[in-house]
Design a protein around this ligand. Structure first.
Ligand SMILES: [Zn+2]
Length: 176
């Protein structure tokens, strides 16, 4: 399975927030159950081939559900629900990657976490100032998100430790 920090990096890029705890919570059964942990809290993963495919990972009914959640509980709750489901989508993708491909993915994500200016210019996430670029009514706005700085700091420290224990990642990151 992709490690929590890999999921968190994807969400930092996509949503501007890492949602590290949502991913840790979803995979908490891993220590007890190993590969079978996806029987718990991975409903969308289990629904692969029945409710969704790689051609249509987020079908209209799911988007409808997200809109309903947004209407009833607000956009923060709706975004967290999207995080909960996209975790399973990426778990499925990860399953099909070779060890080497996984390593390269991790190398790229670790590099991104170590390069805040790239995150700002490419992903529209200013982790140092705590701002997320959004388009509201056709206008680009840098929305202030006070939690972002500490969330990034936590993820950055975590990834630093991951790199310290992974010789391959160290080698990949040396050439920058
Ligand atoms: Zn998972």
């Amino acid at each position: 399975m992709p490690e929590g920090w890999v999921h968190a990096t994807i969400d930092l890029i996509v949503y501007g927030r890492p949602y590290f705890d949502i991913h840790k919570n979803k995979d908490e059964a891993f220590l007890r159950l190993g590969k079978a942990h996806r029987k718990i809290k991975h409903e969308w993963y289990q629904a692969f081939g029945k409710k969704w495919t790689f051609d249509d990972p987020f079908p209209d009914f799911l988007k409808g559900l997200i809109s309903e959640i947004r209407g009833a509980c607000g956009s923060d709750k709706a975004e967290k629900q999207m995080v909960y489901w996209d975790h399973d989508y990426f778990d499925r993708i990860w399953k099909n990657l070779s060890e080497k491909q996984r390593k390269y993915c991790k190398g790229a994500f670790a590099w991104i976490i170590n390069n805040p200016m790239f995150l700002k210019n490419w992903a529209g996430v200013d982790v140092l100032e705590g701002k997320i670029k959004r388009v509201i009514d056709g206008q680009e706005v840098w929305e202030i998100c006070p939690e972002l700085k500490s969330e990034y700091h936590r993820l950055h420290c975590y990834v630093k430790t991951v790199i310290e224990y992974d010789k391959d990642l160290q080698d990949m990151l040396k050439c920058n």
